[in-house]
Design a protein around this ligand. Sequence first.
Ligand SMILES: *Cc1c(COP(=O)(O)O)cnc(C)c1O
Length: 482
Amino acid sequence: MNYISTRGAGIGERHTFSDILLGGLAKDGGLYLPNEYPKVSADELARWRALPYADLAFEILRKFSDDIPDEDLRELTRRTYTAQVYCNVRDEENAAQITPLKTLGVEGGTPLSLLELSNGPTLAFKDMAMQLLGNLFEYTLAKHGQTLNILGATSGDTGSAAEYAMRGKKGIRVFMLSPHKKMSAFQTAQMYSLQDPNIFNIAIEGVFDDCQDIVKAVSNDHAFKAQQKIGTVNSINWARVVAQVVYYFKGYFAATKSNDERVSFTVPSGNFGNVCAGHIARMMGLPVEKLVVATNENDVLDEFFRTGIYRVRKSSETYHTSSPSMDISKASNFERFVFDLLGRDPKRVLQLFRDVEEKGGFDLQASGDFARVQEFGFVSGRSSHDDRVDTIRDVFEQYDTMIDTHTADGVKVAREHLQAGIPMIVLETAQPIKFGETIREALEREPERPAAFSGIENLPQRFEVLGNDAERVKEFVAERTR
Ligand SMILES: *Cc1c(COP(=O)(O)O)cnc(C)c1O
């Protein structure tokens, strides 16, 4: 399998899975995609139905990573997807399934279910891909005798998922910037209680945007970046996207009895990484009817799927909401879908994303390309804070099930797209404990807390406070990588 950039660079060059694993953007600023999607045969689909999660992950990933020997990949997926790692389940007996399907009830003539993706160490779906990434990085670095220093900024979910994936990994250090005293007590404890010597929590005296600006400033110092072997694990990483393809298959098998049936998925979306994986599963041949993109008040994606207009938001138009992991001004993985929508024409993708940089967006309505969105199964909807509160309350009262704010965005929008006879699967992207304030508002009670997290706020914390200063962060990194 060869990888190409959505903007056309490197056509005719060879890029393997391992080549692009540790990198970010392609050198022309595009995103990597396989030169074609591998197809799943009817025989394979039939055989995969009975596989445990780790072996299903092996079968899917090997189609994208033919430069990793099968026996190594199988070992990596079996080490990653265990009931011990994904242990924070609602029902103990489901732990072996890794991503259990919980049916809420029948609505609109069809079962409405949650695919539980947040049973990993940090209680958000990002663990599904990040845990594999940790093992893949360690494996690949060891093979080439290399080391990597991951630098990132976080306001919560991504940073902790990265730290829990990379802790104790050979050849890897993590330097994670977070805004000092701006995260919830629970999220702070999750990150800062890690005592692993390869994890460095840096509390910046500033807000999240300051942390992000520091990461950008450090990354723009190319000499420093190369010398210190700085890398990232952001959502455009291809391996993260492809690891997420697996649970669409798993969810499909759990919701159906035979491979003649079709299902729809609703995906609480921000950077379009999660639902992009659904698109890829569908392109591989998974019988998916609709891919429903659910956004919050930051509705860049909903606007596109309703109108064909992609318009990135200014920071003054980007809202801080109660589903904060979906608060985006632009969707960094969206270019992958646009590439497919335009019949994989890199010249047009390049032009459109130049327009994004220069004019803040583009319009596919006029060109007629937007009409093809339907062929790819995409529809969308948005939700507000009041919708989330109502949905959390309703699902709790009707189905005795507590859901988080992001999943609530999903359930709200899913209900607008139900079709009789087509099971609707909402991806559950986080557990309620991470967003306790809104749970208390909706239910007037405390969120459920998995046993492993009782009292984590009282554990000793390990972090360093630094001023809002990129040079100081560089010094900090350099002192620890000598
Ligand atoms: C990251 C995240 C999302 C958004 O996922 P994308 O892949 O960026 O679309 C939704 N919900 C939660 C809880 C998240 O952490």
